[in-house]
Write a new protein. Sequence first.
Length: 283
Amino acid sequence: MNLLMPRSTYDPLSVKLPTVSRECYDETVFHLIEQLRRDSERSEHLFFSEIGKFKHGGATYAIPRFFFRGPGVQDEPVRIGIFAAIHGDEPETAHAALEFLRRLLEEPERARGYELYVYPVCNPTGVENNTRHSHSGKDLNREFWKGSAEPEVYYLERELGVLLFQGVIALHADDTTSGVYAYVRGATLTEALARPAIKAAEAFLPRAKELIIDGFNAKDALIHGQCFDGVLSNPVELKPAPFELIFETPQEEPFELQVQATVAALDSILEEYRPFLAFGQNL
Ligand SMILES: [Zn+2]
């Protein structure tokens, strides 16, 4: 299936986030991407491309990328990468990334000073099949920076290696926790971004109460430093260290609330990071 070709004929304009059902989420994701792609043709801020293609089962798949150039970007842009649906059975994250972009189109000022690279579907075959793993049976989020042969990982590593983001945000949905939480990694300022992001998300969903999440110690819904090996991240050698944040929503909660909570967290991160920009990058 070509990612950009809607698989049915229903009117994409009829797609409304609050009524999305889990059963048709995959088609809805593709329709939303197509809709935003069309909107990008009329926008001076939003641009669409595909970062790589691969074949599986006779079909061609692509990893879509939206680039949003905020107003007031100077010679040295601040680049943030936002990655969703590396686990194919977490469509909430793809919807959240797309809804975040849709609102930015309406209100570009929210991205003032930023260049945002948004990857709403990092695992297209997994999203199509509603599986955590890709078609190859691999958990792509354990394959980074270890010479993986998975094409999705190859293309995403190339983006990370070339664009050298000052911030990397990975979006996930977790069906084992009671609320929103985040992994805090990279630059020390990450925590200063994560705390307000969790608070912003709390307008929609509670924060996770667990003291142990995924086997790691959690405090105030934050997990510091630790994470699984091979998760999507910046190349290890970057200096100064970029901020890296993995934001997770409780997947048992309503789909729409997870979308709203994630968008609120992303907005918060842009807002909170902006003062740091004014004082330069050496933080
Ligand atoms: Zn996940």
